[in-house]
Design a binder for this molecule. Structure first.
Ligand SMILES: *[C@@H]1O[C@H](CO)[C@@H](O)[C@H](O)[C@H]1NC(C)=O
Ligand SMILES: *[C@@H]1O[C@H](CO)[C@@H](O)[C@H](O)[C@H]1NC(C)=O
Length: 387
Protein backbone atom coordinates (compact mmCIF):
# COMPACT_ATOMS: atom_id res chain seq x y z
CA UNK A 1 0.00 0.00 0.00
CA UNK A 2 2.72 2.48 1.01
CA UNK A 3 4.83 1.31 -1.91
CA UNK A 4 2.01 1.94 -4.31
CA UNK A 5 1.43 5.38 -2.83
CA UNK A 6 5.13 6.16 -3.27
CA UNK A 7 5.03 4.94 -6.84
CA UNK A 8 2.08 7.17 -7.67
CA UNK A 9 3.88 10.09 -6.07
CA UNK A 10 6.93 9.29 -8.14
CA UNK A 11 4.96 9.22 -11.37
CA UNK A 12 3.22 12.49 -10.68
CA UNK A 13 6.36 14.43 -9.84
CA UNK A 14 8.67 12.66 -12.30
CA UNK A 15 10.48 14.41 -15.10
CA UNK A 16 9.25 13.54 -18.55
CA UNK A 17 10.33 10.08 -19.59
CA UNK A 18 13.12 10.35 -22.17
CA UNK A 19 13.17 8.45 -25.46
CA UNK A 20 16.66 8.96 -26.88
CA UNK A 21 16.86 8.15 -30.59
CA UNK A 22 20.26 6.55 -29.87
CA UNK A 23 18.43 3.72 -28.13
CA UNK A 24 16.46 3.16 -31.34
CA UNK A 25 19.53 2.92 -33.54
CA UNK A 26 19.76 6.62 -34.44
CA UNK A 27 23.48 7.32 -34.88
CA UNK A 28 25.27 10.45 -36.07
CA UNK A 29 25.96 10.55 -39.81
CA UNK A 30 23.24 8.04 -40.59
CA UNK A 31 19.61 8.35 -41.67
CA UNK A 32 17.58 8.60 -38.47
CA UNK A 33 14.10 8.38 -40.05
CA UNK A 34 13.42 4.96 -38.58
CA UNK A 35 14.91 5.74 -35.15
CA UNK A 36 13.07 9.05 -34.86
CA UNK A 37 9.69 7.61 -35.79
CA UNK A 38 10.17 4.58 -33.48
CA UNK A 39 11.20 6.77 -30.53
CA UNK A 40 8.26 9.07 -31.24
CA UNK A 41 5.76 6.21 -31.51
CA UNK A 42 6.75 4.86 -28.08
CA UNK A 43 6.85 8.30 -26.49
CA UNK A 44 3.47 9.11 -28.00
CA UNK A 45 1.94 6.03 -26.39
CA UNK A 46 3.17 7.07 -22.94
CA UNK A 47 0.40 8.17 -20.60
CA UNK A 48 2.72 10.59 -18.82
CA UNK A 49 4.64 13.50 -20.40
CA UNK A 50 7.51 12.32 -22.54
CA UNK A 51 10.51 13.65 -24.38
CA UNK A 52 12.07 12.45 -27.61
CA UNK A 53 15.74 13.37 -27.63
CA UNK A 54 17.98 13.93 -30.65
CA UNK A 55 21.40 14.47 -29.03
CA UNK A 56 24.16 16.71 -30.38
CA UNK A 57 25.64 15.47 -33.65
CA UNK A 58 24.92 15.64 -37.36
CA UNK A 59 22.27 13.34 -38.79
CA UNK A 60 20.60 12.63 -42.11
CA UNK A 61 16.86 12.33 -42.39
CA UNK A 62 14.61 11.19 -45.21
CA UNK A 63 11.02 12.57 -45.23
CA UNK A 64 9.04 11.60 -42.11
CA UNK A 65 5.58 12.05 -40.70
CA UNK A 66 5.48 12.56 -36.94
CA UNK A 67 1.82 11.78 -36.25
CA UNK A 68 -0.38 11.82 -33.16
CA UNK A 69 -2.68 11.81 -31.43
CA UNK A 70 -0.54 11.11 -28.36
CA UNK A 71 -1.68 10.09 -24.90
CA UNK A 72 0.12 12.92 -23.03
CA UNK A 73 2.12 16.07 -23.74
CA UNK A 74 5.23 15.37 -25.79
CA UNK A 75 8.43 17.31 -26.35
CA UNK A 76 10.80 16.69 -29.21
CA UNK A 77 14.15 18.09 -28.19
CA UNK A 78 16.60 18.41 -31.03
CA UNK A 79 20.15 19.32 -30.07
CA UNK A 80 21.70 18.06 -33.29
CA UNK A 81 21.89 19.23 -36.87
CA UNK A 82 19.51 17.30 -39.10
CA UNK A 83 20.20 17.29 -42.82
CA UNK A 84 17.71 16.57 -45.61
CA UNK A 85 18.36 14.27 -48.49
CA UNK A 86 19.45 16.02 -51.62
CA UNK A 87 18.12 13.66 -54.26
CA UNK A 88 14.78 14.82 -55.57
CA UNK A 89 12.06 12.96 -53.74
CA UNK A 90 8.34 13.28 -54.38
CA UNK A 91 7.52 14.24 -50.77
CA UNK A 92 5.75 17.55 -50.43
CA UNK A 93 7.11 17.95 -46.93
CA UNK A 94 10.39 16.93 -45.37
CA UNK A 95 9.28 16.74 -41.71
CA UNK A 96 5.55 16.84 -40.88
CA UNK A 97 4.17 17.11 -37.38
CA UNK A 98 0.47 16.35 -37.37
CA UNK A 99 -2.53 15.77 -35.11
CA UNK A 100 -0.63 16.37 -31.87
CA UNK A 101 -1.93 18.22 -28.83
CA UNK A 102 0.65 19.78 -26.48
CA UNK A 103 3.62 19.34 -28.78
CA UNK A 104 6.86 21.14 -27.96
CA UNK A 105 9.71 21.25 -30.44
CA UNK A 106 12.85 22.68 -28.85
CA UNK A 107 16.53 22.13 -28.16
CA UNK A 108 18.54 24.61 -30.25
CA UNK A 109 18.86 22.19 -33.17
CA UNK A 110 18.88 22.87 -36.90
CA UNK A 111 16.79 21.45 -39.74
CA UNK A 112 18.90 21.95 -42.85
CA UNK A 113 16.87 21.42 -46.04
CA UNK A 114 19.89 21.57 -48.37
CA UNK A 115 17.95 23.91 -50.65
CA UNK A 116 21.10 25.34 -52.22
CA UNK A 117 21.39 22.08 -54.17
CA UNK A 118 18.07 22.73 -55.98
CA UNK A 119 17.39 26.49 -56.07
CA UNK A 120 19.62 26.82 -59.11
CA UNK A 121 17.33 24.46 -61.05
CA UNK A 122 14.30 26.50 -60.10
CA UNK A 123 13.88 28.41 -63.37
CA UNK A 124 10.62 26.62 -64.03
CA UNK A 125 8.09 27.60 -61.41
CA UNK A 126 6.22 24.29 -61.47
CA UNK A 127 9.35 22.41 -60.58
CA UNK A 128 9.81 24.67 -57.55
CA UNK A 129 6.24 24.13 -56.37
CA UNK A 130 6.86 20.43 -55.97
CA UNK A 131 9.94 20.79 -53.87
CA UNK A 132 9.46 19.81 -50.22
CA UNK A 133 8.64 22.23 -47.42
CA UNK A 134 11.06 21.92 -44.49
CA UNK A 135 8.61 21.67 -41.58
CA UNK A 136 4.83 21.29 -41.61
CA UNK A 137 2.61 21.74 -38.56
CA UNK A 138 -0.76 20.29 -39.50
CA UNK A 139 -3.61 20.16 -37.00
CA UNK A 140 -1.37 20.92 -34.02
CA UNK A 141 -3.05 22.30 -30.91
CA UNK A 142 -1.44 24.01 -27.91
CA UNK A 143 2.01 23.74 -29.42
CA UNK A 144 5.30 25.49 -28.82
CA UNK A 145 8.25 25.66 -31.18
CA UNK A 146 11.20 27.35 -29.54
CA UNK A 147 14.92 27.76 -30.10
CA UNK A 148 14.95 25.81 -33.34
CA UNK A 149 16.42 26.80 -36.72
CA UNK A 150 15.11 26.07 -40.20
CA UNK A 151 17.91 26.50 -42.71
CA UNK A 152 18.01 26.48 -46.52
CA UNK A 153 14.59 25.00 -47.13
CA UNK A 154 14.00 23.77 -50.68
CA UNK A 155 10.59 25.53 -50.68
CA UNK A 156 8.60 27.11 -47.76
CA UNK A 157 10.44 26.74 -44.46
CA UNK A 158 7.34 26.26 -42.35
CA UNK A 159 3.71 25.65 -43.26
CA UNK A 160 1.06 25.87 -40.53
CA UNK A 161 -2.32 24.39 -41.47
CA UNK A 162 -5.45 23.69 -39.44
CA UNK A 163 -3.70 24.45 -36.16
CA UNK A 164 -4.86 26.20 -32.99
CA UNK A 165 -2.76 27.87 -30.30
CA UNK A 166 0.69 27.30 -31.69
CA UNK A 167 3.55 29.58 -30.67
CA UNK A 168 6.91 30.08 -32.38
CA UNK A 169 9.35 31.57 -29.91
CA UNK A 170 12.97 32.50 -30.67
CA UNK A 171 12.57 30.60 -33.91
CA UNK A 172 15.21 31.18 -36.53
CA UNK A 173 14.97 30.94 -40.27
CA UNK A 174 17.93 31.31 -42.51
CA UNK A 175 18.25 31.14 -46.29
CA UNK A 176 19.85 33.53 -48.76
CA UNK A 177 18.01 36.29 -50.57
CA UNK A 178 18.22 34.49 -53.93
CA UNK A 179 16.51 31.32 -52.70
CA UNK A 180 13.21 30.99 -54.58
CA UNK A 181 9.78 30.51 -52.98
CA UNK A 182 11.27 30.03 -49.52
CA UNK A 183 8.53 31.72 -47.47
CA UNK A 184 9.52 31.75 -43.81
CA UNK A 185 6.33 30.84 -41.95
CA UNK A 186 3.12 30.45 -43.93
CA UNK A 187 -0.05 30.27 -41.85
CA UNK A 188 -3.41 29.15 -43.23
CA UNK A 189 -6.74 27.94 -41.82
CA UNK A 190 -5.45 28.37 -38.31
CA UNK A 191 -6.33 30.26 -35.17
CA UNK A 192 -4.26 31.66 -32.31
CA UNK A 193 -0.84 31.37 -33.95
CA UNK A 194 1.97 33.60 -32.72
CA UNK A 195 5.50 34.26 -33.89
CA UNK A 196 7.51 35.96 -31.16
CA UNK A 197 11.09 37.25 -30.84
CA UNK A 198 12.20 35.45 -33.95
CA UNK A 199 14.68 36.17 -36.75
CA UNK A 200 13.75 35.42 -40.33
CA UNK A 201 16.19 35.77 -43.22
CA UNK A 202 14.95 34.26 -46.45
CA UNK A 203 14.18 34.65 -50.18
CA UNK A 204 10.40 35.20 -50.01
CA UNK A 205 7.83 36.44 -47.47
CA UNK A 206 9.15 36.27 -43.89
CA UNK A 207 5.65 35.53 -42.62
CA UNK A 208 2.65 35.07 -44.90
CA UNK A 209 -0.90 34.66 -43.70
CA UNK A 210 -3.41 32.92 -45.94
CA UNK A 211 -7.18 32.58 -45.86
CA UNK A 212 -9.23 31.42 -42.87
CA UNK A 213 -6.65 32.67 -40.36
CA UNK A 214 -7.74 34.26 -37.10
CA UNK A 215 -5.93 35.81 -34.14
CA UNK A 216 -2.46 35.76 -35.60
CA UNK A 217 0.25 37.71 -33.76
CA UNK A 218 3.71 38.56 -35.03
CA UNK A 219 5.84 40.47 -32.50
CA UNK A 220 9.53 41.09 -31.98
CA UNK A 221 10.37 39.66 -35.38
CA UNK A 222 13.33 40.83 -37.42
CA UNK A 223 12.78 40.18 -41.10
CA UNK A 224 15.25 40.47 -43.96
CA UNK A 225 16.37 39.71 -46.49
CA UNK A 226 13.02 38.57 -47.81
CA UNK A 227 9.75 39.97 -49.14
CA UNK A 228 8.37 41.29 -45.84
CA UNK A 229 5.34 40.31 -43.76
CA UNK A 230 2.15 39.79 -45.72
CA UNK A 231 -1.49 38.90 -45.51
CA UNK A 232 -2.55 37.08 -48.67
CA UNK A 233 -2.67 36.74 -51.43
CA UNK A 234 -6.42 36.33 -51.01
CA UNK A 235 -9.31 35.72 -53.38
CA UNK A 236 -7.74 33.28 -55.80
CA UNK A 237 -9.90 30.33 -54.76
CA UNK A 238 -13.60 29.84 -54.14
CA UNK A 239 -14.89 29.64 -50.55
CA UNK A 240 -11.84 31.05 -48.84
CA UNK A 241 -12.45 31.63 -45.12
CA UNK A 242 -12.16 35.13 -43.65
CA UNK A 243 -8.97 36.60 -42.27
CA UNK A 244 -9.79 38.18 -38.90
CA UNK A 245 -7.50 39.67 -36.28
CA UNK A 246 -3.90 40.10 -37.35
CA UNK A 247 -1.41 41.97 -35.16
CA UNK A 248 2.08 42.75 -36.35
CA UNK A 249 3.94 44.74 -33.70
CA UNK A 250 7.48 45.72 -32.63
CA UNK A 251 9.12 44.32 -35.75
CA UNK A 252 12.21 45.42 -37.67
CA UNK A 253 12.21 44.86 -41.41
CA UNK A 254 15.45 45.38 -43.34
CA UNK A 255 16.49 45.25 -46.99
CA UNK A 256 13.33 43.52 -48.15
CA UNK A 257 11.27 43.81 -51.33
CA UNK A 258 8.16 44.81 -49.32
CA UNK A 259 7.39 45.83 -45.75
CA UNK A 260 3.94 45.08 -44.38
CA UNK A 261 1.30 44.35 -46.98
CA UNK A 262 -2.14 42.98 -47.67
CA UNK A 263 -2.58 41.55 -51.15
CA UNK A 264 -5.64 40.28 -52.97
CA UNK A 265 -6.13 39.15 -56.56
CA UNK A 266 -8.17 41.21 -59.00
CA UNK A 267 -11.10 39.46 -60.69
CA UNK A 268 -11.25 37.40 -57.54
CA UNK A 269 -13.70 35.25 -55.66
CA UNK A 270 -15.43 37.06 -52.78
CA UNK A 271 -13.75 37.13 -49.38
CA UNK A 272 -13.11 39.30 -46.35
CA UNK A 273 -10.10 40.43 -44.35
CA UNK A 274 -10.60 42.59 -41.27
CA UNK A 275 -9.05 43.82 -38.04
CA UNK A 276 -5.45 43.88 -39.18
CA UNK A 277 -3.07 46.08 -37.21
CA UNK A 278 0.53 46.94 -38.00
CA UNK A 279 2.24 48.94 -35.27
CA UNK A 280 5.70 50.00 -34.03
CA UNK A 281 7.62 48.88 -37.06
CA UNK A 282 11.07 49.99 -38.18
CA UNK A 283 11.84 49.84 -41.89
CA UNK A 284 15.46 49.87 -43.08
CA UNK A 285 15.85 50.28 -46.83
CA UNK A 286 12.56 48.52 -47.56
CA UNK A 287 10.67 48.55 -50.88
CA UNK A 288 6.94 49.38 -50.61
CA UNK A 289 7.08 49.65 -46.80
CA UNK A 290 3.32 50.07 -46.31
CA UNK A 291 1.17 48.40 -48.93
CA UNK A 292 -2.40 47.38 -49.59
CA UNK A 293 -2.42 45.84 -53.05
CA UNK A 294 -5.80 44.73 -54.33
CA UNK A 295 -4.54 44.48 -57.87
CA UNK A 296 -1.89 41.90 -57.04
CA UNK A 297 -1.26 40.11 -60.30
CA UNK A 298 2.21 38.65 -60.66
CA UNK A 299 3.21 37.28 -64.07
CA UNK A 300 -0.05 38.72 -65.51
CA UNK A 301 -1.89 35.61 -64.37
CA UNK A 302 -5.20 37.42 -64.08
CA UNK A 303 -7.53 40.01 -65.55
CA UNK A 304 -6.33 43.06 -63.66
CA UNK A 305 -9.16 45.16 -65.10
CA UNK A 306 -11.84 43.44 -63.01
CA UNK A 307 -11.89 44.48 -59.36
CA UNK A 308 -10.99 42.28 -56.43
CA UNK A 309 -14.03 41.09 -54.50
CA UNK A 310 -12.17 40.70 -51.21
CA UNK A 311 -13.48 43.25 -48.74
CA UNK A 312 -10.80 44.80 -46.57
CA UNK A 313 -11.86 46.60 -43.41
CA UNK A 314 -10.54 47.87 -40.09
CA UNK A 315 -6.86 48.12 -40.84
CA UNK A 316 -4.33 50.32 -39.06
CA UNK A 317 -0.73 51.25 -39.77
CA UNK A 318 0.73 53.09 -36.77
CA UNK A 319 4.22 54.22 -35.73
CA UNK A 320 6.04 53.08 -38.81
CA UNK A 321 9.37 54.77 -39.45
CA UNK A 322 12.61 54.40 -41.30
CA UNK A 323 13.69 54.34 -44.92
CA UNK A 324 12.08 53.27 -48.17
CA UNK A 325 14.09 51.99 -51.12
CA UNK A 326 11.23 52.84 -53.51
CA UNK A 327 9.77 56.36 -54.05
CA UNK A 328 6.29 55.11 -53.12
CA UNK A 329 6.58 54.59 -49.38
CA UNK A 330 2.88 54.16 -48.68
CA UNK A 331 0.47 52.65 -51.19
CA UNK A 332 -3.13 51.88 -50.43
CA UNK A 333 -4.51 50.47 -53.68
CA UNK A 334 -7.95 49.25 -52.71
CA UNK A 335 -10.55 47.54 -54.86
CA UNK A 336 -12.56 49.75 -57.23
CA UNK A 337 -15.47 47.35 -56.69
CA UNK A 338 -15.35 47.18 -52.88
CA UNK A 339 -13.41 50.10 -51.39
CA UNK A 340 -11.47 49.53 -48.17
CA UNK A 341 -13.27 50.63 -45.01
CA UNK A 342 -11.99 51.72 -41.62
CA UNK A 343 -8.37 52.25 -42.64
CA UNK A 344 -6.30 54.30 -40.22
CA UNK A 345 -2.76 55.60 -40.62
CA UNK A 346 -0.94 57.33 -37.79
CA UNK A 347 2.63 58.48 -37.19
CA UNK A 348 4.28 57.44 -40.40
CA UNK A 349 7.82 58.69 -41.01
CA UNK A 350 9.40 57.12 -44.08
CA UNK A 351 12.18 58.67 -46.14
CA UNK A 352 13.10 57.65 -49.67
CA UNK A 353 16.78 56.88 -49.94
CA UNK A 354 17.16 56.78 -53.74
CA UNK A 355 20.03 58.64 -55.40
CA UNK A 356 17.99 61.41 -57.01
CA UNK A 357 15.97 61.42 -53.78
CA UNK A 358 12.63 62.96 -54.66
CA UNK A 359 10.28 63.14 -51.76
CA UNK A 360 8.58 59.92 -50.82
CA UNK A 361 5.07 59.40 -52.11
CA UNK A 362 1.89 58.16 -50.50
CA UNK A 363 -0.63 56.82 -53.00
CA UNK A 364 -4.25 56.02 -52.33
CA UNK A 365 -7.16 54.75 -54.37
CA UNK A 366 -10.63 53.64 -53.29
CA UNK A 367 -9.84 54.39 -49.65
CA UNK A 368 -10.24 57.38 -47.37
CA UNK A 369 -7.97 56.69 -44.46
CA UNK A 370 -8.34 58.33 -41.11
CA UNK A 371 -5.06 60.18 -40.61
CA UNK A 372 -3.41 61.30 -37.39
CA UNK A 373 -0.02 62.24 -35.96
CA UNK A 374 3.13 62.87 -37.97
CA UNK A 375 2.75 62.03 -41.63
CA UNK A 376 5.83 61.85 -43.84
CA UNK A 377 5.09 61.53 -46.72
CA UNK A 378 1.82 63.49 -46.40
CA UNK A 379 -1.09 61.04 -46.56
CA UNK A 380 -2.37 60.29 -50.05
CA UNK A 381 -0.23 62.99 -51.69
CA UNK A 382 -0.50 61.30 -55.07
CA UNK A 383 -2.86 58.97 -56.93
CA UNK A 384 -2.01 55.31 -57.45
CA UNK A 385 0.04 54.82 -60.57
CA UNK A 386 1.55 58.32 -60.54
CA UNK A 387 4.94 56.73 -60.25
C1 LIG B 1 10.68 44.04 -29.35
O1 LIG B 1 11.37 43.10 -30.15
C2 LIG B 1 12.65 42.72 -29.70
C3 LIG B 1 13.22 41.73 -30.69
O2 LIG B 1 13.39 42.34 -31.95
C4 LIG B 1 12.57 42.13 -28.32
O3 LIG B 1 13.86 41.83 -27.85
C5 LIG B 1 11.88 43.12 -27.37
O4 LIG B 1 11.70 42.50 -26.13
C6 LIG B 1 10.54 43.50 -27.93
N1 LIG B 1 9.93 44.56 -27.09
C7 LIG B 1 8.68 44.48 -26.65
C8 LIG B 1 8.21 45.64 -25.83
O5 LIG B 1 7.96 43.52 -26.90
C1 LIG C 1 -14.89 47.45 -37.89
O1 LIG C 1 -14.86 48.30 -36.77
C2 LIG C 1 -16.13 48.89 -36.48
C3 LIG C 1 -15.94 49.92 -35.38
O2 LIG C 1 -15.15 49.43 -34.34
C4 LIG C 1 -17.09 47.76 -36.08
O3 LIG C 1 -18.36 48.28 -35.80
C5 LIG C 1 -17.18 46.78 -37.23
O4 LIG C 1 -17.98 45.68 -36.86
C6 LIG C 1 -15.82 46.27 -37.65
N1 LIG C 1 -15.93 45.48 -38.85
C7 LIG C 1 -15.48 44.23 -38.91
C8 LIG C 1 -15.68 43.53 -40.22
O5 LIG C 1 -14.95 43.66 -37.98
Amino acid sequence: MAAMFLMLMFVSIAEAQVFDIGKYGGKPNSNIAQALTSAFTEACASTTPSKVLVPKGTYNLSPVKISGPCKAPIEIQVHGIIIAQTENDPATTWVSFQYIDHLTLSGGGVFDGQGHKVWGKCGNNNYCKHLPINLAFNFITNGLVQDVTSKDSKQFHVNVLGSKELKFLRFKISAPEHSINTDGIHIGRSKGISVIDSRIETGDDCVSIGDDSQQITVTGVTCGPGHGISVGSLGKYQNEGPVIGITVKNCTISNTMNGVRIKTWPASFPGTASNMHFEDIIMNNVGNPVLIDQVYCPWNQCNAKLPSRVKISNVSFKNIRGTSSTPVAVKLACSSGIPCQGVEIANIDLTYTGKDAPKALSQCSHVQPKVSGRMNPPACNSPVGAN
